[in-house]
Design a protein around this ligand. Sequence first.
Ligand SMILES: [Cu+2]
Length: 161
Amino acid sequence: MFNKIKTMLLMFIALISFNATFALNNQLGNITIDDPWVRSAPPNAPILGAFMEISNHSDGDIKLLSANTNGYKRLELHKTVPQDGMMKMIKQDFMLISAHSKLTLKPGSWHIMMIKPNEVPREGDSVAIKLVFDNGLSKTIYAKVRKEGVMDHKKMIHHQH
Ligand SMILES: [Cu+2]
């Protein structure tokens, strides 16, 4: 009798877990990644920065827990913040993307730090980066290697006048 209840209880728990997984699966479909890019760097660069826009279209907050790729020692989640009158990159445990909002990763702000590449990618190359979120699911994006964003390019032209 007791065993029968126990079995039923386990089945019930399994069913709940299954439903939870299914719900989270739908939630991941509510994350979109726009304009992923890696800033081009000299062939001997020890680090590279990856940037993108992460939009959370769901009703709940989502955390980006880690980023992975092949050919690097490791990837870290960073935020550049002013500290003691200097801009410093601080390693973060996660990036929070609030419900129905967008987190922009850009130079001088949030970014994914790619540390010690086996080989620095060239301009025009695509780098596959796997993003792991706190709902246990992941998404692989392809970041194009390019120079600084358009805004900075305009600024540079402006300074020449
Ligand atoms: Cu960094």
